[in-house]
Design a protein around this ligand. Structure first.
Ligand code: PGA
Length: 251
């Protein structure tokens, strides 16, 4: 049914030579990988070079963000057209660092999602609550608001281009991962919500990744959960020694 999906978010790490070296190592180690869909999202400056390093590989090339406009006077932004030009097919949008550190609103995230879907990219839309929100018991409310706003105007056929990443903000880069049961409960809520926003078949087909301190030691238990279809991996995606065991969690 839903294909397992492991995505690496390199964040603001790696020069071009470092990125090429890691991408090359992953491409050769995963040359025969068939079961799991794999994506890596290097920083913008390394995209062209990583595309070349991935030539002939099944690893998908992703970007960590994109502008909501295709071109224009947007100093410092990168458009989806430029990303396509660099070989990118997947774009991560609404990451918590974009929302909380750079002030991206649900409205802006939705404009980006709509633009990326219209441009035929695959979108990984990130949602997730802060520690304060979890402690005050509003996790589902926060996730619902981000889902409804982020997916506004996205039609049911277009939802097939969208993957959801549930990333509790308190678990990102902190070493504190959500328990597999906690993650599964929110994933089940997200799937149920997709069922009410779209329909049961669309909800069943929706891939939902977990993100937040995923590593070789916890991936297997997370993947054993019914509603966890994969992972969006930050820190552990920066080295082949930690990313490959996450990709090969079932071996
Ligand atoms: P982490 O990051 O794995 O380092 O916690 C996950 C993410 O931010 O996507």
């Amino acid at each position: 049914m839903r294909q397992p999906y492991i995505a690496g978010n390199w964040k603001m790490y790696k020069t071009v030579p470092e990125a090429v070296s890691l991408a090359g190592a992953l491409a050769s180690a995963l040359a025969s990988e068939r079961g799991t869909k794999v994506m890596i999202a290097p920083p913008f400056t390394a995209l062209h070079a990583v595309r070349d390093a991935l030539k002939g590989s099944r690893i998908l090339l992703g970007a960590q963000n994109a502008c909501a406009e295709l071109e224009g006077a947007h100093t410092g932004e990168i458009s989806l057209r430029m990303l396509r030009d660099a070989g990118v097919t997947v774009v991560i949008l609404g990451h918590s660092e974009r929302r909380h550190v750079y002030g991206e609103s649900d409205t802006l995230v939705n404009r980006k999602v709509r633009c990326a879907v219209a441009e035929k990219f695959e979108v990984i839309l990130c949602v997730g609550e802060t520690l304060e929100e979890r402690q005050s018991g509003v996790t589902e409310k926060v996730v619902e608001t981000q889902m409804r706003a982020g997916l506004a105007a996205i039609t049911e056929p277009e939802l097939a281009q969208v993957t959801i990443a549930y990333e509790p903000v308190w678990a990102i880069g902190t070493g504190k991962n959500a328990t597999p049961q906690d993650a599964n409960a929110v994933h089940a809520f997200i799937r149920g919500l997709a069922g009410s926003m779209y329909n049961a078949a669309a909800a069943r087909a929706l891939t939902i990744l977990y993100g937040g301190s995923v590593k070789p030691e916890n991936i297997r238990d997370l993947m054993a959960m019914e509603n966890v279809d994969g992972a969006l991996v930050g820190g552990a995606s920066l080295k082949a020694e930690t990313f490959l065991p996450v990709v090969k969690y079932d071996r």
